[in-house]
Design a protein around this ligand. Structure first.
Ligand code: NAD
Length: 473
């Protein structure tokens, strides 16, 4: 079954006058209304998910893998409609690393998660006993996501949970509910009834879901502030937590780097999804010997990358998704200007494109302590800080409470290892930034959260280990 964009939207939109109005960030046009689910809907979702979970578990790994691959085929058939909806609602362009890329990644992640092997582990085998560790489903997983990569991050939570035999209740971000509801609706064309549910609503619905006694595990991706609230509410149900929280990733350009060879990687490391990416490069430290060449190279590259409306096939960068985030970016850039930092490109709203467009803004001659360096901008503004001593750059990279990712840029990959080893982050990339892989565990340290997603570690994080000991001889 292949749905048009209009048919897909009609499935998930609330009747006119009954839901929350959703506007397209790129144009300000009304898109549709999103349903607002209440306490009763939440209770029903958790109860029916619990009831459906044992039969889903009973299918076993082979059975579930087969169903998940059928889901992936069905999503592939409907990829274009999903991408159209995502582009309109989230604001990201269709092309480049935009909506079509996100939908493709979502499907690829599902297939990779289905294919990830998780064998029982023999942990003791001696003359008296054999102990095997197996992984059992937890029950119902609550999946709460942000607005920047709603389908991809949604699938990062849903796919491993389902693969391990759990049921899932999804609470999409209130900024992008329709795209996530459409994803869930398509998945449910194939999945047995009630195994996957969605409740749309704001923080209040999220708070109730995370404290619900029927929830065994919370997969949360969002801000550090919300993560702290979820830790508190999980005291009530003792749900296990995976917290993927905010980042403020540093990149260090070492003196031996070749500027011309790294500019493109630096640019997309910082401005993937117009900077609204958790593990984007958010503070760039460049050795003084290369500083001007890197700044000029980034500025020249930025000029070539078109920003525009989501449905314009030429756009590679889009608007900031919502007004609140737009104001964060604007405030941080204005503060940098007031401190005397140099605006190399951008620096004021691109009102000619629309109300929520902010251009690529490179900010040079700025130092640690400026708000644009110390706070997560989550948008198209990058502070570029000059350093003279690598020790100083390492100390700067590690001085904040965030620790999601970091990167080192060099012509000597092996030699850079000494710097890589000293960076406090869940992932450190060399000569790239922000690339994730379905088999490479991903998670933060410090206030960027705890727990791992992806690969075997990701499957284990949505399961309960059970040690089975049998006598030998
Ligand atoms: P947010 O914390 O405002 O919202 C995330 C989700 O939490 C939304 O669905 C929201 O409705 C819900 N929520 C809000 N209050 C809640 C509560 N008390 N209990 C339960 N749920 C609640 O985050 P956001 O603004 O949507 O996303 C941006 C942030 O997410 C940035 O800081 C970014 O770095 C981070 N992020 C992290 C990752 C990662 O993998 N580490 C990925 C993407 C985004």
């Amino acid at each position: 079954m292949v749905l048009s964009y209009e048919e897909l939207l009609a499935r998930v939109a609330a009747p006119r006058g009954t839901g929350r109005p959703v506007r397209e960030p790129a144009t300000g046009d009304a898109l549709a209304e999103a349903p607002e689910h209440g306490v009763d809907d939440l209770e029903t979702a958790v109860r029916t998910a619990r009831a459906a979970q044992p039969a889903w578990d009973a299918l076993g790994h082979e059975g579930r893998i087969r169903v998940l691959n059928q889901v992936a085929d069905h999503l592939q058939d409907n990829a274009e409609a999903l991408a159209q909806l995502l582009a309109r609602e989230q604001g990201k362009p269709l092309n480049g690393q935009g909506a079509r890329f996100e939908v493709g990644g979502t499907i690829a992640w599902l297939r990779a998660t289905a294919a990830t092997p998780l064998e029982p582990e023999v942990v003791v085998e001696d003359e008296s006993q054999r102990t095997e560790l197996v992984y059992r489903p937890l029950g119902v997983v609550a999946a709460i996501g942000p607005w920047n990569w709603p389908l991809m991050i949604g699938m990062w939570q849903i796919a491993p949970s389902l693969r391990m035999g759990n049921a899932v209740v999804v609470k999409p971000s209130e900024y992008v509910p329709l795209s996530v509801l459409a994803l869930v609706s398509l998945v449910n064309d194939v999945l047995p009834p009630d195994v996957l549910q969605a409740v749309a609503g704001g923080p209040d619905v999220g708070a109730r879901l995370t404290a619900h006694p029927g929830i065994a595990k919370i997969m949360f991706t969002g801000s550090t502030a919300t993560g702290r609230r979820i830790v508190e509410s999980s005291a009530k149900n003792l749900a296990r937590l995976t917290l993927e929280l905010g980042g403020n990733d540093a990149g260090i350009v070492l003196p031996d780097a070749e500027p011309d060879g790294i500019v493109e990687g630096l640019f997309w490391g910082a401005f993937l999804n117009t900077g609204m990416t958790c593990a984007a490069l958010k503070r760039l430290y460049v050795h003084e010997s290369l500083y001007d060449r890197v700044v000029d190279g980034l500025a020249a590259y930025a000029e070539k990358v078109p920003m525009g409306r989501s449905l314009d096939e030429d756009s590679l960068l889009g608007p900031v998704q919502n007004r609140a985030q737009f104001e964060v970016v604007e405030r941080l850039v204005e503060d940098a200007k007031a401190r005397g930092a140099r605006i190399v490109t951008g620096g004021r709203p691109a009102t000619e494109l629309g109300d929520l467009f902010y251009p690529i803004t490179l900010v040079a001659d700025i130092a640690d302590g400026a708000a644009l360096v110390d706070e997560e901008q989550f948008g198209p503004a990058l502070p570029i800080i000059r350093y003279s001593d690598v020790e100083e750059a390492i100390a700067s990279a590690n001085r904040l409470d965030a620790g999601l990712g970091a990167s080192v840029w060099t012509s000597d990959v092996a030699g850079a290892r000494a710097v890589v080893d000293r960076l406090d982050a869940g992932t450190v990339w060399v000569n790239q930034h922000g690339m994730v892989h379905p088999f490479a565990p991903f998670g933060g340290v410090k206030a960027s959260g705890y727990g791992l997603e992806f690969g075997v570690e990701g499957l284990k994080s949505v399961a309960a280990p059970k040690a089975i000991t049998t006598p030998v001889g």
